[in-house]
Structures are given as C-alpha cells and as structure tokens.
Design a binder for this molecule. Structure first.
Ligand code: TPP
Length: 585
C-alpha cells in the first residue's frame, strides 16, 4: 500500500530525488560513507524515520551491511562516490553470485572533471566486469523513477542493481513528482548454503546462474521503457545515456536518438534496429568509450570519437565538436579560485611545524590534502584513503634513515588507516603517524564518524577512543596535542622522530567550521614589518601582499587563530587575545 501524499511536485536535486524514489520504493536499510558527489543521498534518507540509515565506517562495510540486509529480507541501498565503490569491490564482485532476496540498489556517483576527487574513473566498466545490470538516469526526475525500477529488476532477477549518477545529475535540480511510500513486507531469511556460502563448489554453480541471469537481463534490456528510440531526422543517429542525452538533445533537437537508460547489458536488437534506420551512427558519452566499444563489438559501423574526449567533463557546447569528430580543444582553468584550508583551520598549525622541521609527509585525503599546494607545500604524497599510514611505511622501507611521517584525518583513519597502522606495528616499522582529529569529516561537508560520538541523525552513540584504539593496535607512544600549542607539537614531533619505534601523535582541535568562534584578530604593525613574507607561507586566505610588499589582513576572513602572529619573526603581527580576552583560550 502506498502511503503519504502523491502527485506532489518538489524541486529536488538528483541525489535527493534518488533518495526520495528509494524511500517510496520502501527501502528499509541504507548505508554509505560520505563522498562528493554522492553524500546527500544518505543525508536525505536519514530524514525519513522509516529508513534505518547509517554512515558506515567505510564503503566495504556499507555494502556488506546493505547486502546482508537485502539477503535478510528488506529492500536496501548503498551509496558512494566512484572511488568509494573501489573500496567495496570485494563484496560487490561476489554479490553478483550470491544475489539478493529483497532488492539491493548500489548507487555510485562518478565525478567527471574531478571537481572533488582523486581520479576520473568511469564506473560503467564495473557493471561489465561485475556482471551487474546498470541504470543511468539523465536527470533528477529520472533518478527518482529509475531507482524504483532498479528495485523491481533487483527482485525479479535476484541481483544487486547499479545506478550511476554523475556530478551534473546528482547536483542539478528539477521538479520531481513525488509519491507515497510503498511498504514492502520483509521476506524471511531462508538458510540456503548453496546460494549464500560462496565456497568454490557453490561459487562455480552460482557463476553459471549469473551467466544465465545476464542473458535474461539482455532480453529485459530489449523491451524495457528505460531504453527507447526517439525517431527524428535519420541522417544523424545518436546513441546516448546519462546527462549527455540532455546536451545532445539540445544541440541536435531534430536528430534520431537511442536513449539508453540501461547501458549494461546492452540491447543488441534495439541497437541493430536503430543503426539500420540512420545514415550516421554516433555515440555521445562522457569519459571512456564504453557504449562505443559495446556497439562496435556488435559489428555496427559506429563513428570513432577522438581519444581526447576521454578526459574531462562534457559540456553542452562540446557536442557539435564530437559530432564533427574534432579533438577536444585545450582548456585552461584560469580564473578558478584555488582551494585552500579555511582561515582558523587547525590543520594549518600542524603543517607549519612539519614544514619548519623539513619532514617529508606521506599524506592522505581530507581537507589536509590542501597543504600540498605552494606556498605551504608540506604534504608530499596522496593516492587514496588510508595511504597516509601505509605510504609512510613504504617510503621508510625504501629510504631507511630518512624522516618520513604519515598524516591522516580522523574519519580517514577509521575508514582505512587502522589496518595500515596494525600492519606497521606487526611488521615492525619505525615512524610517526599524525592523526589530525578535527572531530568531523570536514572535506565532504561535516559528517559525523565513529570518533565523533554522534550518528547520522545527530544522536549520541558510543565514541571511538582513538588513543585507546592506537594502543590496542600495539602503538607504544600515543600523544594527544592541541595543534595550536605549537611548542608542544614541535617538541613532541622532534622527540618522536628521534626515537626508535612507531608512535602516533593525535592533534586534537575541532574544525573551525564546527565551532565558528571568532577571536580578536591580530594587529598589524606596518612599521615593524620587514616584508620577509614568512607569514604568507602559511597559506592563510586572510593574508595577502599589497603592491609595496606589505601585508594585507582581510578582516572579514580572519578569525583570529594567531598562527601568523606566531610565525612572524619581527613582531609585526601582534595578538589581541590577551588584552581583550584576558588570556589565550
Ligand atoms: C574511497 C573514498 N571514499 C570517500 C572519499 C571522499 N572523501 C574525501 S576526504 C574524506 C574524509 C575526510 O575526513 P577526515 O579524514 O576526517 O579529514 P578532514 O577533511 O576532516 O580534515 C572523504 C570521505 C574519497 N576520496 N575516497
């Protein structure tokens, strides 16, 4: 029975529309780890009391919990960004064998153009590799509908279903006609080792089931309404999916289209039919030639897109160039604002000390990655989440005797730093790991995590004690320091670097965006300034240089953290805390 208001129009982002569609489809368990551009899906689902929503510790855990719930009998959802699905690949690959019981939708949000990611991978290949059906909405309204269809497919074919959004669909807004929630009665969990215990003998049988299922899904792809021919002028036939459909429709309103809402498995008969009707067959897609290669593998005469289009985000104005088979014109990103740590960010203090002590830093992913940019230039590697810990080990093994440290945030440490720390202890590597505990997952918009003691709904939960955890992993010396106490931080860092063994320094101060307390801003004594530029090296957005080389302090941006005061060797920047507040607090 459908509950709630039906037929109401709401202006929703793609993420919110997808969450709404899942809610209406009766989703019961929803798990995710935050990551742009996917984060708002779980934030929206957490707003519905009927949904058991969680920030999971990482994406592997999220998918396993969601899969377990689907096998256990309730409709479930997983969401992450593209690189997050890499973390969950182990359960994902075998989930195709195990199947589901109640529906499981795996939402993945790709980030073409790398607005906020470490790579630009095209996750459509995961559907091919993982042998999973894939739906790809072109708009928020389609995201709302497609996720409901995804649950139907999931249950009818006993498979997890991938739904892929890209940044433009996830973050664009559109009027969506919402409906009521359909409560789906939970199924019982039936013990069935042949299906749910993937030892080799069972796995081999399930692989055969999986191949048969793909054949059935191919037949479904031929007749589903999510794949459709829109017939127009047949001199140009465009095969397209995702947001590229909207761009291509705008550029060539009269052409013929084969819009593929389901890019995997491909509907071969439909494609042949379409190819037979049109004079030119062109595929328009963002990033890899996923559809193009699939169509070419059918022996159809599809035009080859220039390889330069594999890099970067597609824009509406690119479409005519692709149709004319031109390479992507060179673009520079001049004019874009350089990302920088906020004024008052506690991470800046840590990187100042690391830089001052000329330490080579194995970095990780979080706001602190911004310390890699000049002039601070104090973070020297960043590959994936958790690698701050493991790269420090690898670097030390390669260059014994060098002074490396690993840096990782609180959320990232819990996500995937813990295993690296245990590895370092177990395999006896010396070193120093800094956990920058700012009491939030700041980079993705301030989500809670196990170390904050609060869950996705803001309710209190058992707080993970990072220092106890590190000790339990076998780390002998664990220091907890306020990063604004530069002297203690520097003294501890030097001491730990000189010692043998592995140590952890937890720098603990909440993210400025959490507390938002402005302290009195420093006074600038121009007559004392020698224009040495040292204060500019901290890369604070509140500080800049005027035409004569003196300092400009932007009073709107400065929040009075006083790091510039502490680094100025000539006392040209003076703290006002003591005189106004009585003390440093
Ligand atoms: C596998 C993966 N999942 C998610 C993300 C998105 N992401 C980037 S940094 C980050 C966590 C940042 O939190 P934390 O380590 O606490 O550092 P902070 O930003 O608070 O300084 C997340 C979730 C990612 N880049 N890779």
């Amino acid at each position: 029975m459908a509950r709630g208001k039906t037929g109401k129009k709401e202006l929703l982002s793609g993420n919110a529309a997808l969450a709404r569609g899942a809610y209406e489809a009766g989703v019961k368990v929803a798990c995710a780890y935050p990551g742009t551009p996917s984060t708002e899906i779980l934030e929206t689902l957490a707003g519905f009391p009927e949904v058991d929503a969680q920030w999971s510790v990482n994406e592997k855990v999220a998918l396993e919990v969601a899969l377990g719930a689907a096998v256990g009998g309730v409709r479930s959802l997983y969401a992450s960004k593209h690189v997050g699905l890499n973390v969950a690949m182990d359960p994902l690959m075998t989930s195709a064998y195990v199947g589901v019981s109640a529906g499981l939708v795996v939402v993945v949000c790709d980030d073409p153009g790398m607005h906020s990611s470490q790579n630009e991978q095209d996750t459509r290949w995961v559907a091919l590799y993982g042998k999973l059906p894939l739906l790809e909405p072109s708009s928020p309204a389609e995201a709302h509908l497609f996720v409901q269809e995804a649950y139907r497919i999931s249950e009818r074919y006993d498979t997890p279903v991938l739904v892929r959004l890209t940044t433009r669909v996830a973050h664009a807004k559109e009027d969506v006609t919402t409906g009521g929630r359909r409560e789906v009665a939970p199924k019982s969990f039936n013990i069935d080792a042949a299906k749910y215990v993937m030892v080799p003998r069972n796995g081999m049988r399930r692989h055969a089931v999986l191949e048969q299922r793909l054949e059935k899904l191919r037949r479904y792809a031929e007749q589903t309404a999510v794949n459709r021919i829109e017939e127009g002028d047949n001199t140009l036939g465009i095969v397209v999916s995702g947001v590229a459909y909207l761009y291509a429709r705008e550029a060539y309103p009269d052409a013929s289209f084969l819009k593929l809402g389901m890019p995997h498995p491909l509907p071969e008969r439909l494609l042949r039919d379409f190819a037979g009707r049109v004079e030119r067959l062109v595929v328009i897609e963002e990033l890899d030639p996923f559809l193009e290669e699939g169509v070419r593998a059918m022996g159809l005469d599809v035009e080859r897109r220039h390889v330069s289009w594999r890099v970067g985000e597609l824009r509406p104005e690119d479409i005519p160039l692709i149709v004319k088979r031109r390479p992507r014109p060179r673009r520079d990103r001049a004019g874009a604002r350089r990302p920088v740590m906020c004024a008052g960010c506690p991470h800046r203090f840590v990187f100042w000390i690391l830089r001052k002590n000329k330490v080579t830093v194995a970095g990780d992913i979080g706001c602190y990655t911004l310390a890699a940019a000049p002039p601070l230039a104090a973070l020297h590697t960043c590959v994936c989440m958790g690698a701050g810990v493991t790269f420090q080990e690898g670097l030390r093994r390669a260059q014994p005797g060098e002074r490396f440290v690993g840096v990782v945030g609180d959320s990232t440490f819990v996500h995937s730093g813990i295993t690296g720390l245990i590895n370092a202890v177990y395999n006896r590597i010396d070193g120093v790991i800094l956990i920058l505990d700012n009491a939030t997952t700041a980079m993705t918009g301030m989500q809670d995590n196990p170390a904050t003691g609060t869950n996705i709904r803001g309710e209190p939960t058992r707080r993970l004690d990072l220092e106890e955890l590190c000790r339990a992993c076998g780390v002998e010396s664990v220091d907890v320091i306020d990063p604004e106490d530069l002297e203690s931080l520097e003294e501890t860092l030097k001491r730990r670097l000189d010692e043998k063994g592995l140590s952890v320094i937890i720098t603990r101060r909440p993210c400025w965006q959490l507390v938002r307390t402005r302290r009195p801003i420093p006074e600038y004594l121009r007559e004392k300034c020698r224009k040495c530029g040292i204060c500019l090296q901290i890369d604070c957005p509140a500080l800049s240089e005027d035409e004569e080389g003196f300092i400009k302090l932007d009073e709107d941006i400065c929040v009075g953290c006083d790091l510039c005061v502490k680094v100025c060797p000539f006392d040209a920047l003076v703290s006002r805390w003591k005189e106004e507040a009585g003390e440093h607090s």
